[in-house]
Design a protein around this ligand. Structure first.
Ligand SMILES: [Zn+2]
Length: 291
């Protein structure tokens, strides 16, 4: 993978490449624009590049650090986000990061903190973070992601180099979008049987189940946005509007939470059919339960 695979303006891409190559990477970078997945992917890519010990283009993909990053457990790359979707990025988390930043890296010379969904920080969280951004210890990097930098305090923005991903990058394949759309329609039809039918393409592919659930989560988020009077971000305007019309806000949140739980459990299931049956049952229950 290289930076050219991200939807970045040429100037920004060259800037990042140059700074990585010359080991002069800015200590705080704010990644905005694009889709949530694209922002996350770019943050992980840059974090990997910063801890990579390869000689030439970083990330090299083969050094020990790169292998650890790939498996998601490099001890010097830490990722933080609000505990709950649409929750607050806690001030305690920012304080803990501030303290931890002074601890030397485990493996190499660099330590990277990825802070996702920074738009959900309140002023106290941002101010707690600001203290460390003002004078970060050498070798410590902060990669912040949020839909738009304008959501951050100007004091935080002024400490960061902003990188803007263009457009809304669609991270899902046509098949994934189709299956997720079918699942959403089945929820609207309020039928567990329709849900089961919609999961048929997932029977043999656990990874596809994962992408489909992530796509469904975006559709549900869109439905919640449309409840709040905002326009849809994904290409699922119609089905998300249908969801918004069919379900109350707490119900939509309940289904979204269930999807997120399923995503975190997906790997634990040994039997794919059992997973899909359970998935349908749980989505249906979350959608239909009365509070
Ligand atoms: Zn490497």
């Amino acid at each position: 993978m290289s930076l050219s695979e991200f939807p970045l303006a040429n100037g920004e891409r060259r800037f990042l490449e140059y700074r990585l190559r010359t080991h002069q990477f800015p200590q705080t970078v704010l990644i905005e624009g694009g889709g949530e997945e694209a922002r996350r992917a770019l943050a992980r890519f840059l974090a990997n590049a910063l801890v990579c010990t390869g000689e030439n283009a970083r990330p090299c993909g083969v050094c020990r650090a790169c292998r650890k990053c790939r498996s998601g457990n490099h001890p010097d790359v830490q990722c933080f986000a609000p505990e709950k979707k649409n929750g607050v990025f806690k001030v305690e988390t920012c304080r803990a990061i501030r303290q931890d930043a002074f601890v030397l890296p485990n493996d190499g010379d660099a330590k990277v903190y990825i802070l996702e969904d920074c738009q959900s920080m309140n002023d106290s969280s941002e101010n707690a973070l600001l203290k460390i951004l003002e004078e970060p210890p050498a070798g410590v990097y902060f990669l912040l992601t949020c839909p738009s930098g304008s959501a951050m305090l100007p004091t935080v923005r002024s400490r960061a180099v902003t990188v803007t991903l263009s457009g809304f990058e669609e991270p899902f394949s046509k098949e994934t979008q189709h299956t997720a759309g079918q699942l959403a329609s089945a929820l609207c039809a309020r039928s567990e049987w329709a849900l089961l039918q919609a999961t048929a393409p997932l029977e043999r592919d656990r990874e596809e189940t994962d992408s489909t659930l992530r796509c469904l989560a975006e559709i549900l988020e869109d439905a919640l946005r449309s409840k709040a009077g905002a326009s849809a971000r994904t290409g699922f305007g119609e089905v998300s509007a249908q969801l918004a019309a069919q379900f109350t806000k707490p119900r939509l949140y309940a289904v979204l939470r269930e999807v997120q739980k399923l995503l975190s459990e997906n790997e634990g299931y040994a039997n794919a059919n059992l997973l899909l049956t359970g998935l349908c049952y749980r989505l249906h229950r979350a959608a239909e339960q009365t509070i």
